[in-house]
Design a protein around this ligand. Structure first.
Ligand code: UT7
Length: 333
């Protein structure tokens, strides 16, 4: 029996019904559809409007989609990893609640927080648990209710983010399919460029922090863009070189959906034509922890067993990386 690798065996996703289009944003802040489209590639994003529903709602819906499609009994799941930057509440992990709600009563769960790279890091974590031989079904969820931390009077951030959730199931494989390599990086220099100042242990929430809108996302877009363009492309190229892959060998780039120009720069460095790049930013904007699984949901039918996929992300912190996956099943039937 060959070495154990962690194969992705099922995908699921969910986005809320409400569509926040560029046209609607034009009525809310000083922006234009043309500016947003040319600078980011985004046309619309989904927003979870219902009162009292948080990130767990998005994750539960995505997990249920996966369980239904793959005919998986939730009782067979050993572990639920919840990647998110917008947990339901501080302290109590969102993933624990989600696991119980979906009936994964034999699983243990925790949250993994690394801004827009949460899901990519989660893939690495899920793979290690599977490779250990101890766990047979690891459910990785990525969900964010970004609308809960966005100031809809700030045109520099409100045009970018959306809400959504995604799910992947990892299982052991003995034929060389699944997660084959990874390059993961982080650099604390990024803490000043993409952050929420208040509500954490340095600056607990107060009347003053709320009045100053310090519980909303702040982004120095230009700086983040500069780091993202070079770092995401660097690791994507490095992982190809290290695995002897050329642009011809890579079937799909699965990039974090933050900005179409960042995605384009990475694809160019990898020598990939447009048709090998998964893009759905126009529909959902940046859903933070949900971008990678939502790409797989949208492109699942085009994937074939044996396809070489390179996942890549860049996000706050800074955090970034690339993961090489050999796709494990034919989805086009
Ligand atoms: O996923 C986590 C990681 N995040 C990212 O990867 C995001 C990286 N950054 C970006 O994607 C881009 O920097 C943004 C899309 C956020 C901004 O695009 P940009 O091309 O870097 O624009 P900019 O910030 O340099 O702003 C250019 C101009 C400014 O006006 P002046 O100073 O030139 O007069 C802004 O005030 O555009 C203005 N501007 C806007 N105009 C219309 C900023 N936001 C808007 C807006 N509508 N929504």
């Amino acid at each position: 029996m060959g070495k154990i690798t962690a194969a992705i065996t099922a995908v699921g996703g969910y986005v809320p019904d409400y569509v926040l289009s560029n046209k609607i944003l034009e009525t809310m802040v000083d922006t234009t559809d043309e500016w947003i489209t040319t600078r980011t590639g985004i046309k619309e994003r989904r927003i979870l409007k219902e009162e009292g529903k948080g990130t767990s709602y998005l994750a539960i819906k995505a997990a249920e989609d996966l369980l239904r499609k793959s005919n998986t009994d939730p009782k067979d799941i050993d572990m639920v990893i919840m990647a998110t930057a917008t947990p339901d509440m501080p302290v109590a992990a969102t993933g624990v609640y989600v696991a119980s709600e979906i009936g994964a009563v034999n699983a243990f769960s925790y949250d993994l927080v690394a801004a827009c790279s949460s899901f990519l890091y989660g893939m690495s974590t899920a793979a290690r648990y599977i490779e250990s031989g101890r766990y047979k079904k690891v459910l990785l969820l990525g969900a964010d209710k970004m609308s809960s931390i966005i100031d809809y009077e700030d045109r520099t951030t409100c045009i970018i983010f959306g809400d959504g959730g995604g799910a992947l199931l990892f299982e052991p494989n003995h034929d060389g399919y699944g997660v084959l390599d990874e390059i993961l990086r982080s650099d604390g220099i990024g803490r000043q460029s993409l952050k929420i100042d208040a509500g954490g242990s340095i600056m607990p929430a107060s009347h003053e922090t709320v009045d100053n809108k310090q519980h909303y996302v702040f982004q120095d877009g230009k700086t983040v863009f500069k780091f993202a363009v070079s770092n995401m492309a660097d690791v994507s190229e490095q992982i190809m070189v290290r695995n002897g892959l050329t642009g011809d060998d890579v079937d799909w780039l699965v990039p974090h959906q933050a900005n179409l120009r960042i995605i384009g720069a990475t694809a160019k460095r990898m020598n990939l034509p447009e048709e090998k790049v998964m893009v759905n930013i126009q529909k959902y904007g940046n859903t933070t922890s949900a971008t990678l699984p939502l790409c797989l949901v949208d492109y699942e039918k085009q994937l074939s067993k044996g396809d070489n996929l390179v996942f890549a992300s860049f996000g706050g912190g800074f955090t970034w990386g690339a993961i090489y996956v050999k796709w494990a099943y034919d989805s086009n039937s």
